[in-house]
Write a protein that binds this ligand. Structure first.
Ligand code: ATP
Ligand code: MG
Length: 434
C-alpha cells in the first residue's frame, strides 16, 4: 500500500476517452480499428490499481483459449511504459497488484452460473472485444460484479446493431453509463503502420472501410457479390428517389419461399424496363404468408393485372416445381399474366449473379421503397470454407431470397426495342433526384 501512494503517474489520455475517467457503473468505448480503445483501458487498469491498492480487476473476453488472446501482454506493456514494474508482480496467468490486488484474465464461455460467483468480489470487469459477448454472458456478468462502486467496462468494434453490447450501451442505456465513440482520427498516437493499412483498405476494399475504420455496423459481408456495384450506384446517384412511369408495365420478379413457419421468404422486386434503364421501384418480402398477403401488397401498390406482369422462377427441382405450378395458377386466377422462367438448373445461382453484374449499371433504385432489398443485395455473399479456403457458392441466408428474385430479373432482362412512341414517353417520365 505504502509504496503506491508515493507514485504520481502522469498519463496522457486522448481527449475522446476523458469522460471515462470519472466513476460510472458502465463505461463503454466503441469504434473502428486503431482508435486506442485497448490502450486506453489497459492503461486505466494500471492507473487504477496504483491509485486504489487492493483493487481486483478481471479482464474478460467471450472466448479465451489461451492467455495469448487476453489483454495480459498489453497490461504488462503499460506497466513497463509507466515505469512501475516494481509495484507489480507478473505471474504466468495473473498479475499481482499493489496492496494485495489482482488482475486476472478469463473467457466467459468457460464460466457456468456456478463458477461465475468466483468473480463476485471484483471491482472492475473489463470486457475486451465486446462485440462478441453473448447475451448469456452479459446476464451472468452484470449481477456478479456487485462490489460497492464496482464498474463494468466494454471496448468493442461494432458489428451489428443487434449485438448484446450494442443493445446494452447504445440502444437501452442503463442509467449509470458513460459511452464514447472513438475512431482512428481520435488517436493522437495513431501509428504509421496502421495509417498504411487504412489507406490500403480505402483503395482495395472500400466497401469494408466504414465498418473496419469508422466503426460503422457491418453492411457488407466478405466477398459480397454486389457490394462494389452498389457503392458505384450510390456514387453515381442511382440510389435515390425513383418514380414509377404510370404508362409502362410493372414487372414483378418473385422468389418463392413456400408456406408455413419454416419456409423461406417470398420476395418480389417491382421493376420497370424503360429505355436503357432498369427502374427498381419497390421491394417486398414476407415469410410464411399465404398468397393473399402477396396479392394484397400488389393491389395496395396498384400493381394490378392490367398494369403488371409476374415472373416466377423454376429451378427444375420437384419441390420447386410444385410450388411454382401452384403459385402460377393462383396468380393467373387473380387475373395476372404470369411467366415461369425455366432456364435455370445447375449453375443457376452463378448465372443469376453474372446476370446481375451485367445489368447493374443500368439500375436505378428507389431508396425508400427498396431499403430492405438493397440491404439484401449488399449482403449476398459466398459461403466460405475457412479451413480449406474455398468458396462454396452463395450462402443461403436472409439475403439470398432478395438476391435470387433480383437475379431472376437480371436473366430475364432484355432492353426494350425503342420505337418512336417509347422514346416520347421516356421524355415525359417522372424525374428523380441525382
Ligand atoms: N495511450 C497510448 N499510448 C501510446 N500509444 C497508443 C496509445 N493509444 C493508442 N496507441 C497506439 O495506437 C495503436 C492502436 O491503439 P489500440 O490498439 O488501443 O486501438 P484499438 O481501438 O484497440 O484498435 P483495434 O480495433 O484494432 O483493437 C496502438 O497499437 C498504439 O501504437
Ligand atoms: Mg483493441
Amino acid at each position: 500500500m505504502g509504496a503506491a501512494e508515493a507514485i504520481d503517474l502522469d498519463i496522457a489520455t486522448a481527449r475522446v476517452f476523458q469522460p471515462l475517467l470519472q466513476p460510472s457503473r458502465y463505461k463503454g468505448a466503441y469504434g473502428g480499428r486503431g482508435s486506442g480503445k485497448s490502450h486506453f483501458f489497459g492503461g486505466l487498469v494500471v492507473d487504477r490499481c496504483i491509485a486504489e491498492p487492493g483493487l481486483r480487476v478481471v479482464c474478460i473476453r467471450e472466448v479465451q483459449k489461451s492467455l495469448k488472446e487476453s489483454a495480459k501482454k498489453l497490461i504488462e506493456d503499460k506497466i513497463q511504459e509507466y515505469g512501475v514494474g516494481h509495484l507489480f508482480k507478473v505471474l504466468d496467468n495473473e498479475i499481482r497488484t499493489p496492496g494485495g490486488g489482482l488482475i486476472i484474465f478469463q473467457g466467459m464461455q468457460d464460466h457456468t452460473s456456478e463458477s461465475i460467483k468466483s468473480l463476485e468480489g471484483f471491482d472492475v470487469a473489463w470486457v475486451e472485444e465486446a462485440q462478441t459477448i453473448s447475451k448469456r454472458s452479459l446476464q451472468l456478468l452484470r449481477p456478479t460484479i456487485r462490489a460497492d462502486g464496482s464498474e463494468l467496462w466494454f471496448s468493442w468494434n461494432p458489428r451489428h446493431e443487434s449485438d448484446p453490447v450494442d443493445v446494452l450501451l447504445r440502444t437501452n442505456l442503463p442509467s449509470d453509463a458513460i459511452v464514447v465513440a472513438a475512431n482512428w482520427n481520435n488517436n493522437p498516437w495513431f501509428p504509421a503502420v496502421l495509417e498504411q493499412e487504412r489507406q490500403d483498405c480505402l483503395r482495395d476494399e472500400p466497401e469494408q472501410y466504414d465498418h473496419v475504420w469508422d466503426g460503422g455496423y457491418v453492411t457488407v459481408a466478405e466477398g459480397a457479390y454486389f457490394a462494389q456495384k452498389l457503392i458505384i450506384a450510390r456514387q453515381e446517384g442511382r440510389i435515390g428517389n425513383v418514380g414509377r412511369d404510370e404508362l409502362q408495365q410493372v414487372k414483378l420478379f418473385c422468389d418463392i419461399g413456400g408456406t408455413g413457419a419454416r419456409s423461406d421468404a417470398f420476395s418480389i422486386w417491382a421493376v420497370q424496363f424503360i429505355g436503357k434503364e432498369i427502374r427498381v421501384i419497390n421491394y417486398y418480402e414476407a415469410v410464411g404468408q399465404p398468397i393473399d398477403e402477396h396479392l394484397g401488397w400488389m393491389w395496395s401498390n396498384r400493381y394490378s393485372p392490367e398494369r403488371s406482369k409476374i415472373y416466377l422462377p423454376h429451378d427444375g427441382t420437384t419441390n420447386d416445381r410444385v410450388f411454382a405450378v401452384s403459385y402460377e395458377s393462383q396468380f393467373r386466377e387473380a387475373g395476372y399474366d404470369v411467366e415461369t422462367v425455366k432456364n435455370q438448373g445447375t449453375g443457376a445461382a452463378t448465372m443469376r449473379i453474372e446476370g446481375v453484374r451485367n445489368v447493374f449499371s443500368r439500375c436505378w433504385f428507389d431508396e425508400a421503397n427498396c431499403h430492405a432489398g438493397l440491404k439484401a443485395l449488399g449482403w449476398y455473399h459466398p459461403k466460405i470454407d475457412e479451413a480449406r479456403g474455398v468458396t462454396l457458392g452463395p450462402d443461403h441466408d436472409w439475403a439470398s431470397h432478395g438476391a435470387d428474385s433480383f437475379g431472376l430479373m437480371a436473366i430475364t432482362y432484355r432492353e426494350p426495342t425503342t420505337n418512336h412512341q417509347r422514346s416520347r414517353q421516356r421524355r415525359s417520365a417522372p424525374d428523380w433526384r441525382a
